[in-house]
Design a protein around this ligand. Structure first.
Ligand code: ADP
Length: 164
């Protein structure tokens, strides 16, 4: 295996739940890197699914993609990145608000570990409105998730919360 083939990246996030926007970023990342570790944050925003539920659902949604590993993590992102030996962190940018958030995140992380590089993908316009927060709202009120999340996530959420 060449050095380039050994280079892998992490795609961290809350993924509560994993959406079609997340899937698109993951698929595009796989065109540039042979392996992506999806890092599911244990703590963060008050959400819907536990870390174990999120990991299981993402594993089901990405089972057809070669080169994807799904893991949970807690603590500092840069520690997780250095620990597993990834060359970069992948993030998605949907709008100016995301840019501001990512600007702070990358800035502080580079002060903590300047060797950890960040790579950004601009959201596809047709998927840029999708956020996990809005998906949770739609789900809470019984709306269809068909155009918002992968089929496995839709089915898995219905199974986890049959009364919704
Ligand atoms: P976090 O809590 O770390 O922001 P998210 O699960 O909300 O975690 O998002 C993970 C990453 O995916 C972030 O970089 C976010 O900007 C990006 N992202 C979220 N939704 C989309 C989308 N619809 N299109 C492209 N990127 C997205």
């Amino acid at each position: 295996m060449s050095d380039a083939q050994k280079r892998f990246v992490v795609y961290p996030g809350s993924f509560d739940p994993f959406t079609l926007g997340h899937l698109d970023i993951l698929e595009r990342t796989l065109r540039l890197f042979p392996k992506v570790v999806v890092l599911v944050a244990e703590d963060g925003k008050a959400g819907l699914l536990s870390m174990q539920q999120r990991i299981a659902l993402i594993q089901a949604a990405v089972s057809g993609l070669a080169g994807v590993e799904v893991r949970g993590f807690s603590g500092l992102l840069v520690d997780a990145v250095l620990d597993i030996g990834a060359v970069a962190v992948v993030r998605g940018l949907r709008c100016a608000g995301d840019y501001e958030h990512e600007w702070g995140l990358a800035g502080v992380n580079s002060l903590l570990a300047s060797q950890v590089e960040f790579v950004y993908f601009l959201a596809r316009p047709e998927l840029a409105a999708i956020s996990s927060t809005l998906v949770r709202d739609v789900f809470k009120h019984g709306g269809s998730l068909a155009k918002l999340v992968p089929g496995e996530i839709d089915a898995g959420m219905k199974k986890e919360f049959p009364s919704r």
